[in-house]
Design a protein around this ligand. Structure first.
Ligand code: URA
Length: 435
């Protein structure tokens, strides 16, 4: 191991067999934390070639089980977002894709820090369970074409162990390590067509577009190297996606979006990601045709019906799809008005600052074992490019108490950059990076 660390320190490429020895030796307990930590730091400083990154991903996958879905009518698809603020796209996308006949097996995570997690959001639906064992998962996907569950511990055990070590050795933020960690989970779960939503901006893991592009390129290279169809889209996370930030509020917004009453940016991103999936999976001849299919599946109610099936099958109250009043509601709901003498334009709403306000209300976790209040959060009522009159609300705070609302209001005001001059905001463009 000393020699392997030394060679990576000098910037050399390690062979697939050597990477396999590191990963399997670490999982078996034969290589100590301090040596793997030193190698991870060398990777951070020296990087990895695409071949090495693919070999590392394979070694991580080989540490556990992999899922095969030969018994399904079509190979399953998947989507991954690198995480953001107010990103509830998965909840809108899965019913649409399943309604289009594509099996969707989604293994999601929980929120940590300023980014939310799909599992937490779903648990705000009364009764919903994200814990299905593998036989139950298979049965459900065969029956209704989709499932959203927690990551199985039997898949990629090396990833959990390596991630915990990266967390305490300042080695999380390296493209080959992030890319292999994410792609190992996607590949082990068995999807054949995968669309990646790689976020950049203040609310994202990658602050700059260049870093996001490099991460996207690396993940696509891994997926294609493993024989899967993979495409990546870059999307801005300067402002929150949609309006709602906070678990039950985001579920409500996702449901409203499937009814055609949601925010435009959330729907536009969902349509783009979904159209790439339909095209990659070979069920649409062009992106335009795929977009028309998605619009139709929303308009004719089939996506909402699929969401009812999904919620019911996982123990939840499917009535929420038609009555979001069944979701938990915060006891204190209060506007955050514009305090000014004259009208203002909102230049920008900083995603990270909104996330910090939501975190202060208890919508997110600072530490892994924090308990969430699923009812609380923030609605951003005036995003960049909106004109606001004095006294009109910039946002709405949903809090557990008046004191919590006071504290969040202070943080939330910081999120808004205001301007005397008119501000135009162009709609986001979603660029397919590769694939
Ligand atoms: N998400 C992951 O799953 N792994 C990383 O390394 C970073 C983000």
């Amino acid at each position: 191991m000393v020699e392997l660390i030394e060679r990576k320190k000098r910037g050399e490429e390690l062979a697939p067999e050597e990477l396999r020895r590191i990963v399997s030796g670490y999982v078996a307990g034969d290589i100590p934390d301090y040596q793997v930590g030193a190698w991870l730091m060398a990777v951070c400083l020296r990087g990895m070639s695409d071949g090495e990154t693919l070999a590392l991903t394979r070694a991580i996958i080989e540490s556990g089980e992999t899922l095969e879905w030969d018994d399904l009518p079509r190979p399953p698809v998947d989507k991954h977002s690198t995480g953001g603020v107010g990103d509830k796209t998965t909840l809108v996308l899965i019913p649409l894709m399943a309604a289009a006949g594509l099996p969707f097996v989604k293994m999601s995570g929980r929120g940590l820090g300023h980014t939310g997690g799909t599992l937490d959001k779903l648990e705000s639906i009364p009764g919903f369970s994200v814990d299905l064992d593998l036989p139950a998962l298979r049965e459900q996907v065969r029956r209704i074409g989709c499932a959203i569950v927690g990551q199985s511990r039997r898949l990629v055990p090396a990833d959990g162990k390596l991630y915990a070590l990266r967390d305490v050795t300042a080695t999380v933020n390296a493209v080959p390590l992030i890319a292999s960690s994410i792609m190992s989970k996607k590949l082990a779960a068995g999807a054949q067509a995968i669309v990646l939503d790689v976020k950049y901006g203040s609310g994202a893991f990658m602050e700059s577009e260049e870093e996001a592009r490099e991460l996207a390129r690396t993940m696509v290279a891994i997926g294609q190297g493993a024989g899967r169809k993979v495409r990546a889209v870059l999307s801005s996370m300067e402002e929150p996606l949609g309006i709602a930030v906070g678990n039950a509020l985001e579920v409500r917004e996702a449901i409203e979006t499937l009814h055609g009453r949601g925010p435009d940016d959330l729907w536009a991103l969902t349509v783009q990601l979904g159209a790439h999936i339909l095209e990659l999976a070979g069920v649409a001849a062009s992106r335009e045709e795929a977009q028309r299919t998605i619009e139709r599946l929303r308009a004719d109610g089939s996506a909402r019906e699929k969401l009812r099936e999904l919620v019911h099958s996982q123990g939840g109250d499917a009535g929420v799809v038609d009555d979001t009043g069944l979701l938990p509601a915060a006891p204190v709901v209060r506007p955050l008005p514009l305090e000014a003498e004259a009208p203002k334009w909102v230049a920008r709403v900083d995603a990270r600052a909104v996330a910090d306000a939501a975190l202060s209300l208890g919508a997110g976790r600072r530490r892994k074992d924090d308990v969430l209040d699923l009812s609380v959060g923030v609605l951003v009522l005036a995003k960049g490019g909106t004109r606001v009159e004095p006294g009109e609300p910039l946002a709405e705070i949903h809090a557990g108490s008046e004191a919590a609302a006071d504290a969040a209001a202070g943080l939330l005001r910081e999120a808004f950059s205001l301007s005397e001059e008119r501000v135009e905001r162009a709609p986001q463009s979603y660029e397919a990076v590769l694939g």
